[in-house]
Design a protein around this ligand. Sequence first.
Ligand code: PLP
Ligand code: SF4
Length: 447
Amino acid sequence: MNAHVLPRLLESATPAPIAHPSFKVYTARDLDRIAPLRRLPKDLRFAMQVVSCVLPFRVNQYVIDELIDWDNVPDDPIFQLTFPQQGMLEERHFDLIADLIRGEADPALMQEAVARVRADLNPHPAGQMQLNIPTDEAGNRLFGIQHKYRETVLFFPSQGQTCHAYCTFCFRWAQFVGDKALRMASSESATLLGYLESHPEVTDLLITGGDPMVMKARHLAAYLEPLLAPEFEHIQTVRIGTKALSFWPHRFLGEPDADDLLRLFERLHRAGKHVALMAHFNHWRELETPAVRQAIARLQACGALIRCQGPLVAHINDDPEVWRRMWNTQVSLGLVPYYLFVERDTGARNYFEVPLVRAWEIYREAIQGVSGLARTARGPSMSALPGKVEIQGVTTVAGEPVFVLRFIQARNPDWVQRPFFARFDPDATWFDQLRPAFGADKFFFES
Ligand SMILES: *Cc1c(COP(=O)(O)O)cnc(C)c1O
Ligand code: SF4
């Protein structure tokens, strides 16, 4: 009945027609086929080949053509975001793989060396997947579902476990290189729906991946459409974690089922659900192309609200000016800044990590430069085992320099919003390196 309304809305949201390219992807095998790479020095290209044996690599034509400034390579932030760099591996790891390539080593030998290097890179940080898998009444583990914080359930649909390109810092990198321990997604909408129906305390469903926006609209609909039934009235919010606005905004424009996807969002919205796209952005550059602007407008025309989050990482965005401009751009487009994350302790962490004190300084300087509407961004936030821990600041209490911390989210809801203190450590880059202040031997939540 309302079928004609949406196209009209969409039309007004997409004023200038733009070309609709088809999706063209490159992986480690295709490094030689990426035209602008041929202009780069040989040693740089060899280094990419070495690193891409260990860490996942995937990029697409849109990122290459529209996001990377090839005159600024290798320093360009989007190049750093998507292309392997020598510094991402420790020297001993790099040399090991480089020597094997140069010596044209036997594939089995190579595989074994690659596996050893990967095992050294903390492939399973903070019990992300394994620890929060719920069970049903019969005690069966419900793979693909994660329920860590009372009101929010995460769902990993099996069709959404890849991305339109890979971030070089991705904390799920091990999954993308085929780590079977992490492959636990579900294609069972019945499992998800059964779980949600029996958990009335859950208000938010968060569909995540990989990137669920790589899915066909009809697959996504199989999970989401049933939520319109009265028994799911307690599910008020459907969140979708995605980097498609950055890596492939044409997902919402010219792809054959783009309109079906937007109509699905619109049906949920009209039924009174809050549809939130949790968009991953790392740099304001990702928000500047005509395609991303039109994709944002189309999503907004369907009633979806876009919230923005992303980690702070060296070589890409460890600069308050980048965050200030990104948050301002987001607000001007009607997007809501949500989280600034601390990069997790996995993969190429040595290359990307920023000391916690520096992360806080960057956050603080950036937030000072924006209006209140952009100060909805919380952080720097660490997704650690007990919960999301925010660094509120560095100060001195009774002569002792300390980090002031709080839980934004916690396994135990009672821990949230209680300030607590850790000894100041200028080199600490992650939560597990922090010790309680004032001579205490435990943090309050450890007793
Ligand atoms: C961040 C996160 C959520 C969502 O938390 P909000 O504070 O509601 O955004 C849910 N589950 C897990 C495991 C998370 O890390
Ligand atoms: S979009 Fe997310 S899941 Fe995909 S590679 Fe980037 S950080 Fe990882």
